[in-house]
Design a protein around this ligand. Structure first.
Ligand code: PSU
Ligand code: MN
Length: 302
């Protein structure tokens, strides 16, 4: 293995014994949720994956190396470091070269997972084409990563802070399939239904695994999006999220927020504007994704 990558003892043992491993991102911990709910959620998600018979590997950059699997103390350090860098593809070498603490986005986590030989990665929501992206060119590097890096990404779709129709168009252009669990439509993070069709409905993990194996066996490479809608009982009201999203976007525009700062800004504003209720939905959907991801990792294994 690449000397820049360090597996935790738990992940190294799982790899040696040929047990299924599920990668987890760390931007959601450092920048996506407030302390202490971020640490509680990170721990609970890891435990859910263990209970489903897979091994969790939370990924971050620490002291000049990619860390695949974090100890309890390291997880806490990350959860208490809102100043950790937000690392996408372009930023990974910087954090390694300078020894900075870095939290990995979907794009960077996919890269690290692939380097460590992990095929399944669980997150909350993927990045996408931002509203107005046709003019601003603000398209998350997550989408290009899905086009090139062979990792299956289990998510609750993407947030409606984005242009979800353009996001699906972009994925189609780059040959990234979107599988959907439990419904035909693509999920919209806080709400189950974006109103836009995903490519293929596949409720069963064994079927998803056959799809993924077929894609890679054909030499097509690249990732797969597995859209897992938030359970209705834990979703946010659609109109409320729409109004709050519009307000957060207007504030970002008025304050001239751009580039990598825009997603964390919008997430923080939505949290504040919902009085923290969106956080409960966020936590619920990540846990729900952990179960789907662990089942997929097991299916890919067997
Ligand atoms: N969407 C969420 N929560 C998040 C993110 C996205 O609902 O925490 C994070 C992920 O790490 C994702 C990143 O990879 O934001 C995308 O940032 P950008 O739009 O700058 O590419
Ligand atoms: Mn961007």
């Amino acid at each position: 293995m690449n000397e820049l990558i360090q597996l935790s003892p738990e992940v190294a043992a799982a790899r040696a014994e040929g047990r299924p491993v599920v990668a987890l991102e760390s931007t959601i911990i450092a920048h996506g949720m407030p302390w202490p709910q971020n640490l509680d959620t990170a721990r609970e998600v890891e435990d859910l994956i263990r209970a489903e018979g897979a091994v969790p590997a939370t990924i971050a950059v620490m002291a000049g190396r990619i860390r695949v699997g974090l100890t309890a103390a390291e997880l806490q350090q990350l959860a208490q470091s809102p100043d950790a860098m937000k690392l996408s593809r372009r930023d990974l070498p910087y954090a390694i070269a300078t020894g900075r603490l870095g939290a990995t986005t979907v794009a960077a986590t996919m890269i690290c997972a692939q380097l460590a030989g992990i095929e399944v990665f669980v997150t909350g929501g993927i990045g996408g084409v931002h509203r107005g992206g046709a003019d601003s060119f603000d398209i998350s590097a997550d989408l290009q990563e899905l086009a090139r890096t062979p990792v299956a990404v289990v998510c609750a779709g993407a947030k409606s802070i984005l242009d979800l129709a353009l996001t699906l168009e972009y994925l189609e252009t780059h040959g990234v399939p979107v599988l959907s669990i439990g419904q035909h439509n693509f999920a919209a993070f806080f709400t189950p239904d974006s109103g836009l069709r995903a490519d293929f409905r596949m409720d069963d993990a064994a079927e998803q695994a056959r799809f993924i194996r077929a894609k890679w066996a054909l030499g097509l490479g690249g990732g797969v999006v597995v859209s897992n809608p938030v359970p209705a009982a834990q979703a946010m009201p659609r109109e409320e999220i729409a109004a709050i999203t519009a307000q957060a976007l207007a504030e970002a525009e008025a304050q001239g927020i751009q580039g990598k700062a825009i997603t964390p800004f919008l997430l923080a504003r939505i949290k504040a504007l919902t009085g923290g209720r969106s956080l409960a939905t966020n936590i619920a959907l990540v846990k729900h994704n952990a179960l789907a991801g662990a089942r997929l990792a097991r299916a890919l294994h067997g």
